[in-house]
Design a protein around this ligand. Structure first.
Ligand SMILES: Nc1ncnc2c1ncn2[C@@H]1O[C@H](COP(=O)(O)OP(=O)(O)OP(=O)(O)O)[C@@H](O)[C@H]1O
Ligand SMILES: [Mg+2]
Length: 246
């Protein structure tokens, strides 16, 4: 049984058809890299499957339960979100809360975990991403890479079954990028299921189980990472890989 399946998802903004029937299947432990040129709909896809954006049509199957993406009830959204994490390009931390407060918030508010228990859990995940010594720092006192690691800790704190990453390193310089990718690499090794929109081709090549290449709102090509990079089939994929220099 797949952990998550998305079938034929559609989304347009005004007259702009951004997702034109995208489907994907995620098994437990999969690390799926989503590649594609700017504007191809990668962010929109992630946002729709975590209900930050409302899809116009399509089906989502989460742990064998089917949902119509165009008609999600608040209760269904809350139910699925209990098991998902989202890591944004720009971290999205609360500026007026410390690292540990940012991490505990999702536990104490949405999940009603007791404060001391939440603090303990938060400290554990901060340590896991190498941020244990920065628990009481505010986002403005942290580098971009450190903020992103706090954001990853926040996603981990709720023990998600899957984490969606939207270009988690694209705002970072190479040194900080390496720190964040190292954390993600470790999560992958531990078997965390992840969908990662990324321009880091070497990360995708090394860490992913599967790669999905999107252009103009459709999946152009997908497959096991090794096959995808060694032997791309579609001209569009070959051109993309040439342009990114891989
Ligand atoms: N909230 C919105 N309102 C209107 N149009 C939007 C909105 N969000 C995205 N779009 C449009 O949808 C298209 C796809 O955008 P999206 O952000 O999903 O692309 P992307 O593949 O993530 O690109 P990038 O690599 O630059 O992040 C673009 O044409 C964009 O302008
Ligand atoms: Mg994007």
């Amino acid at each position: 049984m797949a952990l998550l399946e998305v079938n034929n998802i559609h989304k347009s903004f005004g007259g702009n058809n951004v997702l034109k029937g995208v489907s994907l299947k995620v098994e437990k432990g999969d690390v799926i890299s989503v590649l594609g040129p700017s504007g191809s709909g990668k962010t929109t896809l992630l946002r729709c499957i975590n209900f930050l954006e409302k899809a116009d049509g399509g089906e989502l199957v989460f742990e064998d339960k089917k949902y119509d993406l165009s008609r999600m009830s608040r209760a269904s959204i809350a139910e699925i979100r209990m098991h998902t994490g989202f890591v944004f390009q720009n971290y999205n931390l609360f500026a007026n809360k410390t690292a540990i407060q940012n991490v505990t918030l999702g536990l104490t508010s949405a999940r009603r975990v007791a404060k001391d228990k939440a603090a303990k859990k938060a400290m554990g995940v901060l340590k896991k991403v190498g941020m244990g010594d920065y628990a009481d720092y505010y986002p403005s006192q942290l580098s971009g890479g450190q903020q992103q690691r706090v954001a990853i800790a926040r996603a981990l704190a709720t023990d998600p079954k899957i984490i969606y990453f939207d270009e988690p390193t694209s705002a970072l310089d190479p040194q900080l990028t390496a720190e964040v990718l190292e954390v993600m690499r470790n999560l992958a090794r531990e078997g965390m299921t992840m969908i990662v929109v990324t321009h880091e081709i070497s990360f995708a090549r090394e860490v992913s189980t599967k790669v999905m290449f999107m252009a103009d709102g459709v999946v152009v090509e997908e497959g096991p990472a090794a096959e995808f990079f060694e032997n791309p089939q579609m001209e569009r994929t070959k051109e993309f890989l040439r342009l990114t220099g891989k």
